[in-house]
Write a protein that binds this ligand. Structure first.
Ligand code: PNS
Length: 162
């Protein structure tokens, strides 16, 4: 039984994240999408909102479970009884940070391995931060995120303006 954790901030989830979730879920028996609860990052969405959106957009993908977490990723993976961590790699700019994180995690917990999936070409430019920036200036984000995320971002932007 292979259970993997795909961790991230998902603030908000993009088509790039969904691509990694869809593809990695076919490689494992269970995929736990770990949603980081870290207020130090001042997320646009609360962890509950991010979990709810992810649940909605992944409801038709089998074997996927959305679970919030705090603290160290390796401790979360251990608690979930998962030995594999999955991360997406977009471009070479991601590599240094991801390598450092994977190696640190491996030092802390040698039983946990990180596996990388290269993001599909059509999403290799995409990030949650750019989606938020485009949305903040009223740009069209329909190519970047699912419909439910568009609605939630728009609600946030309206609330911020009043
Ligand atoms: O979507 P992100 O923001 O790139 O995800 C980063 C994440 C959540 C995977 C990373 O920040 C993380 O694992 N945080 C938990 C704290 C931790 O374990 N840090 C040590 C890793 S070097």
């Amino acid at each position: 039984m292979i259970r993997a954790v795909y961790p991230g901030s998902f603030d908000p989830a993009t088509f790039g994240h969904l691509d990694i979730i869809r593809r990695s879920s076919t490689l494992v028996d269970e995929l736990i999408v770990g949603v980081l609860n870290n207020n130090a990052k001042s997320p646009l969405f609360s962890v509950e909102e991010r979990v709810r959106m992810l649940e909605e957009v992944t409801e038709n993908i089998p074997k996927v479970k959305i679970v919030p977490f705090e603290g160290l990723l390796v401790e979360f993976a251990r608690k979930m009884d998962a030995r594999m961590v999955i991360r997406g790699l977009r471009a070479i700019t991601d590599f240094e940070y991801e390598l450092q994180m994977a190696q640190t995690n491996h030092k802390m917990e040698p039983n946990i391995e990180t596996a990388f999936l290269t993001t599909s070409l059509e999403y290799s430019y995409l990030s949650s931060s750019t989606v938020k920036e485009v949305a903040a200036f009223g740009g069209d984000i329909s190519q970047f995120v699912p419909e439910i995320v568009i609605e939630k971002i728009q609600e946030k932007m309206i609330k911020r303006r009043v």
